[in-house]
Write a protein that binds this ligand. Sequence first.
Ligand code: SAH
Length: 355
Amino acid sequence: MSSPLEGIIIQHIKDNGAMSIGDYMAMALGHPEHGYYMTRDPFGAEGDFTTAPEISQLFGEMIGVWVADVWQQMGAPSEFTLLECGPGRGTLMADILRATRHVPGFGEAAQVFLMEVSPVLKEMQGWRLKDYAPTWIETVDEIPQGKPLIVIGNEFLDALPFLQFQKGVDGWEERIVDVKDGQLCFGTREADGEMLELIPFHIREKSAGSIFEFAPNRIGFLSAVSKVFEKNGGAGLFIDYGHKKAAVGDTFQAVKKHESVDVLSHIGEADLTSHVDFEMLVRGVKVAVHGPVQQGQFLKALGIDLRATALLKHANEGQAQDMQKALYRLTSPGEMGELFKVIGLSSGLKPCGFE
Ligand code: SAH
């Protein structure tokens, strides 16, 4: 059975013509009434997917170590903006603030900001972080000026819309969402020339049928954040699944109840994402870029094994088993350790974890 949003998108295409994959994704996730992020808490065993902070407190604690380290490298400013983009249930921020509570001056200096679109998740974040009086913002423009900034984002960039280009026999075209026989389907249309210019040369040469994903929104977001670092000083940490180098391939995915489903069905009921291309991502960044490195490597460099060993000393058998499992999921190459990458940005600092 089709969802209400499917009918709305089909009508929109009939009225206005085919839409880019980015516009389709923005509508499916962000439609004010039926959009995926507007209506639900998507996380956990009962939800659609599980993220690293929801697997174990170990993840947020390691990010807390990273945040405290960059704050100290910045000269421990007495006021700074601590922003999380796409904070989900607020678990990561809560773990960071708990892990850093013994760092003298940090808690008093941190002004917590959350960039979030989902009303459901905003409410959960508000409850989870009520002791820290967070401020919600919706765009980078709302980041306070004149104060140093530390930004984190876990699985945030993959949720921002992206475009696909497909090589046809006569060159590259844009892949789009269209309607045929009353059903949504993929099609192609002439691509914007300026956009095609941005495709790296080694990608342009690929054979017919190749798909290249390009995400101006993600590049624009990071570039805008990097300008704040340039002006006010600061550092950012972004963790996501993706590839270090630009590559061809269709990574558009829909996930519902922990299963992969068709990207053009279950609209508004499945999470839509694509892998992050970390090479293209930093094209507009003006400050120092650190990494990307694999998540497993990053967490180990920050001392996740030592922290787990310390916690295991006080754990009962069940807790110990859960901890070992979580550690394995977060760091093992076959789990999240290799596919997930970590990238840092900074105004000339030497953030830990990237050696
Ligand atoms: N960081 C969390 C959640 C990741 S899911 C975790 O690791 O558990 C993606 C998050 O980004 C959700 O909170 C979602 O509501 C939010 N989000 C998606 N698109 C957004 C946008 N354009 N602006 C702000 N938040 C967005």
